[in-house]
Design a protein around this ligand. Structure first.
Ligand SMILES: Nc1ncnc2c1ncn2[C@@H]1O[C@H](COP(=O)(O)OP(=O)(O)O)[C@@H](O)[C@H]1O
Ligand SMILES: [Mg+2]
Length: 304
């Protein structure tokens, strides 16, 4: 099995749950607090590792207790965290999530993630590697890493989440582009949604495919996913799930896709597996903690 190398964000998620949001100037007692590892990069690395891929992660954390905790968490999950650099001055990335009833408000301080550079301790790319990145770290860095990876004969998957305008060189160095329905509309400039007819979604994917990627995958939440490649359009429904929490569903799909490519599957076969994995993840709460093991995904794939 080839190696998966995840380039991306590492955050600490701080979740505060209260009956309502405090007014400006007010102190509100009685909230609950939970701290968990997060960041799309870290979540995707955990998904790939749990599904059996030899996985390394590169990115940046701060020289603080949060940074040390994130690297320790990755090691516990079997991810090689040595290529995660410690920034001498910036703090570890933090997402402050304020939950009040059904509403949530999230503030992100990217911190060290914003200073991720190619000179960081990224592993040297090897033929057959699968490199996987998102858009929570600078895209100029990802573009350079992917260009070197492709030159070395590695595969590359870009999850353009959250949407940011990608440099042309990044799309040219991307073999598989993964976007959800919102990012698809933003990146293609087309008004398109998850409930639109498949040809309309496929046309938006084709616009992006014309900019470089061999394969474009649009994930559509409960509607599943649409894949567009040189052979045409593949529509895959999402396996039915008892939804508890969809946080991290897209991260699970991307990590699983990378793991199966590294195991030798084609993108089409890997996507079928990744949808089953994502459907397992929505049945458990949290992002990284909800990533499934191979046995759960195999059981889901056997279901009619
Ligand atoms: N409500 C849901 N019911 C069933 N599967 C879901 C649901 N939400 C997400 N999924 C699964 O997770 C995948 C990724 O979710 P999606 O919402 O498209 O990505 P993102 O988390 O990036 O917005 C979907 O393609 C689907 O397989
Ligand atoms: Mg979604």
């Amino acid at each position: 099995m080839s190696r998966v190398v995840v380039c991306g964000s590492l955050n600490i998620d701080l979740a505060l749950t209260s009956v309502r949001r405090p007014a400006v100037g007010e102190t509100l007692l009685g909230a609950q607090f939970a701290l968990s590892p997060g960041g799309k990069g870290l979540n995707q690395a955990v998904a790939a590792a749990r599904l059996g891929a030899r996985t390394a992660m590169t990115g940046r954390v701060g020289r603080d207790p949060f940074g040390r905790a994130l690297k320790a968490f990755l090691r516990l999950e079997g991810v090689d965290a040595k290529p995660v650099k410690t920034d001498p001055t910036a703090a570890t990335g933090v997402a402050l999530i304020q939950i009040a009833g059904r509403d949530n408000a999230i503030t992100v301080a990217s911190g060290a993630n914003a200073y991720f550079r190619t000179a960081d301790a990224a592993p040297r790319p090897r033929a057959g590697d699968v490199w996987l990145a998102q858009a929570e770290t600078p895209l100029a860095t990802i573009a350079r890493l992917f260009t070197e990876a492709r030159r070395a004969g590695a595969r590359t998957i870009l999850n353009l989440a959250p949407f940011a305008p990608p440099p042309a060189s990044l799309l040219l160095a991307t073999e598989i582009l993964v976007v959800n329905e919102i990012e698809l509309a933003q990146a293609s400039g087309r008004r398109v949604g998850a409930h639109d007819p498949v040809p309309r979604i496929a046309r938006a994917c084709a616009i992006l495919r014309a900019r470089g990627p061999e394969v474009v995958i649009a994930t559509l939440g409960a509607q599943g996913a649409v894949l567009v490649d040189g052979a045409g359009t593949l529509v895959l429904p999402a396996p039915r799930a008892r939804v508890v929490d969809t946080t991290g569903a897209g991260d699970c799909l991307c990590g699983a896709l990378a793991a199966r490519l590294a195991a030798g599957d084609s993108p089409r076969t890997a996507l079928r597996y990744a949808l089953a994995a994502a459907s397992c993840s929505v049945e458990r709460s949290g992002a990284a903690p909800s990533m499934p093991r191979p046995a759960a995904v195999a059981a889901r794939l056997r279901k009619p």
